[in-house]
Design a protein around this ligand. Structure first.
Ligand SMILES: *Cc1c(COP(=O)(O)O)cnc(C)c1O
Length: 391
């Protein structure tokens, strides 16, 4: 039998290869830390979202080990059937307490939380307003919902106001945005968005994926940082980045959480996470509460590194966070720098289209609390060499 139904895939891969856009999987050896072993090399790791250095923290490991002894491993069913354990319930209560909301709901991932929540809150006859640089999980949620989607220019409050003013006759309106944008490292103008939501009687959903644990006095994110939490109706976050664990969550009023538990398809029709995973989330929330110095020091470190890179002559756009994009324009130039840095023992991911728009290829430096001054020195030396060579 000569099946050719999948032959198109080879053409597709070949065209990615030709455009220099084909990506290949590699596997890290050992834990996710500031120094990692990958493809036979030991590299200083600027390619993880482990902003507070918790992914390999022994307190999380211990919490999971203890939970495994009590609960064993598998979740075994969706949460509405028998998959939700006492640890899930405890983590949801704890997340609500952390966020200062009535309730919270735990999803298998942040991706599921966004896509399922948006699709549950809006449908045919509704209007969604989405920032042009929102995360893929938000974009997918918008598409899944079947609602009309209006994309406003990145961070452009006037454009959003214009689109809101033009929209009429919709059943419901929902504004959705990342709070800290994952590639550009800049913050959404949340106070202005909250004001517009109020004025146009729209719901506001804010995804704090990169900001939970990092921004705000208590680590609740950019909404806390800007003191506009009252104006954010639906908060999405993830335990998989600064909290070094796994799982997404939605926090808000009880009726919202009850509705999502009934209607969010990525929640209802997906197996609950292992209970032991919840133990890691609980342990991470303890650390977020007890060690505020981590987020403070991280942001101070980011501030210093940004100043030094700017001084070297790099363009860092409008980043004001622990995510430092270094814009290189041309994808080949960016990938050349990536390769040279790798030679120096530095792992800095290069981001190219289609992840970013044409002409906006960048090096994405993810800073972690666990990076030492010596590691940052190495990075600065590598970057200095690169800018000299390109002059
Ligand atoms: C990573 C990310 C998510 C997805 O979270 P996971 O827990 O990794 O699935 C959602 N939104 C944004 C903005 C992200 O960067």
């Amino acid at each position: 039998m000569n099946r050719t139904s999948l032959a198109w895939i080879d053409d597709e891969l070949a065209s990615l290869e030709k455009a220099g856009l084909r990506r290949r999987l590699s596997a890290r050896q050992g834990p996710q830390t500031a120094t990692i072993h990958i493809e036979g090399r030991t590299l200083i790791n600027f390619g993880a979202n482990d902003y507070l250095g918790l992914a390999a923290d022994q307190r999380l490991v211990e919490a999971v080990r203890r939970a495994l002894e009590e609960e064993a491993w598998g979740g075994g069913a969706s949460p509405l059937v028998t998959g939700r354990s006492m640890l899930h319930a405890a983590l949801e209560r704890r997340l609500a307490q952390f966020e200062g909301t009535e309730a919270a709901l735990l999803f298998p991932s942040g991706f599921a939380a966004n896509s399922a929540t948006i699709a549950a809150l809006a449908g045919k006859g509704d209007a969604l307003f989405s920032d042009a640089k929102n995360h893929a999980s938000i974009i997918d949620g918008c598409r899944l919902s079947g609602a009309e989607v209006a994309v406003y220019r990145h961070g452009d409050v006037d454009h959003l106001a214009e689109l809101l003013a033009q929209s009429s006759g919709h059943r419901r309106r929902l504004i959705v945005t990342d709070s800290l944008f994952s590639m550009d490292g800049d913050l959404a103008p949340l106070p202005c968005l909250a004001e517009l939501a109020e004025r146009y009687d729209a719901m506001l959903l804010v995804d704090e994926a990169h900001a939970t644990g990092v921004f705000g006095k208590q680590g609740r994110g950019v909404s806390e940082h800007f003191q506009c939490e009252e104006g954010v109706d639906i908060r999405v976050g993830t335990l998989s980045k600064a909290l070094g664990s796994m799982g997404g969550f939605v926090a808000g009023p009880q009726n919202l959480i009850d509705l999502l538990a009934n209607r969010a398809r990525g929640y209802v029709f997906s197996t609950a996470a292992p209970a032991a995973m919840c133990a890691a989330g609980l342990a991470a929330l303890d650390i977020i509460r007890d060690e505020p110095n981590r987020r403070r020091e991280l942001l101070e470190k980011a501030e210093r590194l940004r100043a030094q890179l700017l001084q070297q002559g790099w363009d860092l756009g409008s980043s004001t966070s622990q995510i430092l994009p270094v814009y290189g324009g041309d994808p080949n130039r960016v990938m050349g720098i990536v390769a040279n840095l790798r030679e120096q023992g530095l792992l800095v991911p290069g981001i190219r289209p289609p992840t970013v728009p044409e002409g906006e290829s960048l090096l994405r430096i993810s800073l972690s609390w666990s990076h030492t001054e010596a590691m940052l020195e190495r990075l600065l030396e590598g970057m200095q060499q690169e800018i000299q060579e390109s002059m």
